[in-house]
Design a protein around this ligand. Structure first.
Ligand code: CMP
Length: 141
């Protein structure tokens, strides 16, 4: 079990003014923020990050959207972090997300679904490393 996961507060949530409220949800859910960066992804970065979806019908739209404006990338820590964060954010499609989840409250569509969460411990490690060096994470300072 890995106690870290990777999160993105996506460009739609940033544009819609939900950055502060989503950070508050993260803190209220007892995640420790090990690292956070406000960035605007290049198209190339978005394509690299979502390479696993290359070839899927939504890949083009996804990478355009993810590079369309500022977003916040975060490394989070909590016991069983991957599962805990996926429970906190809710289903990928906000229409299916449970009440009280971040996507239910802040997402607008499947494509613009406010937040990202790693889907496995293995991917959490890879995704954190995509945006952060170990030295940038608080636990190591
Ligand atoms: P995310 O958890 O960031 O991982 C991949 C993203 O692709 C997903 O959230 C959705 O926002 C987006 N996406 C768009 N269309 C689809 C689809 N049909 N199925 C799954 N994900 C989709």
């Amino acid at each position: 079990m890995n106690n870290r996961t990777f999160a993105i507060i996506k460009p739609d949530a940033f544009r819609n003014g939900y950055l502060g409220q989503i950070l508050d949800r993260i803190i209220q859910a007892d995640f420790r923020i090990l690292g956070a960066k406000l960035i605007r992804m290049t198209r190339q970065q978005a394509e690299g990050f979502y390479a696993v979806h290359r070839g899927k019908p939504f890949y083009e739209e996804l990478t355009r959207f993810m590079s369309s404006g500022p977003c916040m990338v975060l490394a989070l820590e909590k016991e069983n972090a991957v599962t805990a964060w996926r429970e906190t954010i809710g289903a990928t499609n906000p229409a299916d997300a449970a009440p009280g989840t971040i996507r239910k409250d802040f997402a607008t569509s499947l494509g613009e679904n406010a937040v990202h969460g790693s889907d496995s411990d293995e991917n959490a490690v890879k995704e954190i490393a995509f945006f952060f060096t170990e030295a940038e994470l608080i636990a190591n300072q």
